[in-house]
Design a protein around this ligand. Structure first.
Ligand SMILES: Cc1ncc(COP(=O)(O)O)c(C=O)c1O
Length: 422
């Protein structure tokens, strides 16, 4: 009989990469069961999506209730109240003490696309500044903004023009905040007049790029530079959002409000929805019909998102993210002295990562990261790697993970790290 892997290889484009060959049968909170009944602990959460766990009962109930009413009318044709309610809630929740408005989309890349469209329209300027190591999605604009060539950009060019990349400050890799700001200064002198720049887009913690957090004060400096040159600041909170970093939004750690904030992933608790929230005057720049999409703000996903926001508040998931991150870091600290390949353990809240070099060298070790991931998978713990060199393991379990399962996962993780050295 043909295996499912063979069928997959025959039927699906290889461009759609897969980290595991586990075919999900069902999932509950932080656990996934495959077709053969094997049980896995999920430290990927569908790439930072089910922060509230797989099938949170309140999210499921909200979706069921909505299923019984209607599933799709297209808000641009026949609108519905929940879309408005969710927008009102995001307008209140996103940092910035000015009037805000929101528009919904379906994916993170679409939110980024639309934030840039809105910024360019409002400023009537073409330039966008992004960062090396950034990840903003796989659409043409998202890919052009992304600062990682393999596998996201190679062979897909030409990229969109008027996009400029700065080094992301990263002390571990010898790039200071001053280096990044000097590069911006050089960019303005040698490549693009700041008067032609519409916006700077930044992930407060780089996700796919390696879980590097913007250093203290950096976002504040960008805010000042944006104000100085009348550019907009766009915070891409697609991966950092919705309690993952110990705050609803990572920008809150920096005391900075962006003009436009993009969200997706954790917002829908497993249903596809994304959003751009920002200054009301900026958001209102495009003419009616300039923004939207057939499925944008789908009723089922909107219902799920409203429940997700309730769950985050009622279960105090921001505080839980902080506690989980502390426990993970404590546990890893006890392993670190025996594992010279580990060069860093980092990340705010429970947006944590562990970086590997070849022992005793400065050379990144994607091999070690992959071996840890594979050893963990053998023991039924699902881990993800990230980083421009692929030498980082990121930890993204649901924030609702029960303590006993979290402890079990930490034991597996420690065993796997030790096994990866053997
Ligand atoms: C920061 C950031 N922006 C944008 C995206 C793109 O989101 P999507 O895959 O939903 O298009 C991602 C996805 O990982 C992301 O992490």
């Amino acid at each position: 009989m043909t295996s499912l892997t063979d069928r997959k290889n025959a039927a699906i484009s290889r461009g759609v990469g897969m980290t595991t060959q586990i075919y999900a049968e069902r999932a509950e909170n932080a656990e996934i069961w495959d077709r053969d009944g094997n049980r896995y602990i999920d430290f990927a959460a569908g790439i930072a999506v089910v922060n509230t766990g797989h099938r949170h009962p309140r999210v499921m109930q909200a979706v069921r209730d909505q299923l019984d009413r209607f599933t799709h009318t297209c808000h641009q044709v026949v609108p519905y109240e929940n879309y408005v309610t969710l927008a009102e809630r995001l307008n209140r929740a996103v940092p910035g003490d000015w009037p805000k408005k929101t528009a919904f989309f379906t994916t993170g890349a679409e939110a980024v696309e639309n934030a840039v469209k809105i910024a360019r329209h409002y400023k009537a300027r073409p330039g966008i500044i992004a960062f090396s190591g950034a990840f903003h999605g796989r659409t043409f604009l998202g890919m052009s903004l992304t600062g990682k060539v393999q596998p996201y950009k190679a062979g897909f060019g030409p990229m969109m023009n008027d996009i400029w990349h700065l080094p992301f400050p990263n002390l571990l890799h010898g790039i200071t905040q001053e280096d990044a700001l000097d590069a911006l200064d050089r960019l303005f002198r040698s490549d693009i007049d700041p008067a032609r720049v519409a916006a700077i887009i930044i992930e407060p913690v780089q996700g796919e790029g390696g879980f590097y957090e913007a250093p203290p004060g950096f976002l504040q400096r960008l805010r000042e530079i944006c104000d100085q040159y009348s550019m907009l600041l766009i915070a891409d909170e697609v991966q950092t959002g919705f309690a993952r970093t110990g705050r609803l939004f990572a920008m809150e750690h920096h005391g900075v409000a962006a003009d436009l904030t993009t969200m997706a992933k954790g917002l829908g608790g497993g249903l596809p929805i994304s959003a751009v929230t920002g200054r009301a005057d900026v958001m209102d720049s495009p003419a009616p019909g300039g923004l939207g999409g057939t499925y944008a703000g789908n009723p089922l996903a909107v219902a799920a998102a409203l429940a997700v926001l309730d769950v985050i508040a009622d279960e105090d998931l921001c505080a839980r993210a902080t506690r989980l991150g502390q426990r993970l870091k404590q546990r890893l600290a006890s392993v670190v002295q025996d594992v010279p390949e580990i060069v860093d353990i980092r990340g705010p809240g429970f947006m944590n990562a562990m970086e590997f070099n070849v022992a005793g060298s400065d050379r990144p070790s994607p091999d070690m990261a992959n071996r840890v991931r594979e050893e963990a998978l053998k023991r039924n713990l699902i881990l993800l790697t990230c980083g421009v060199h692929g030498n980082v393991i990121r930890f993204l379990a649901p924030l609702t993970i029960p303590d006993a399962i979290f402890d079990e996962a930490l034991d597996i993780l420690e065993t796997s790290i030790r096994a990866a050295r053997a």
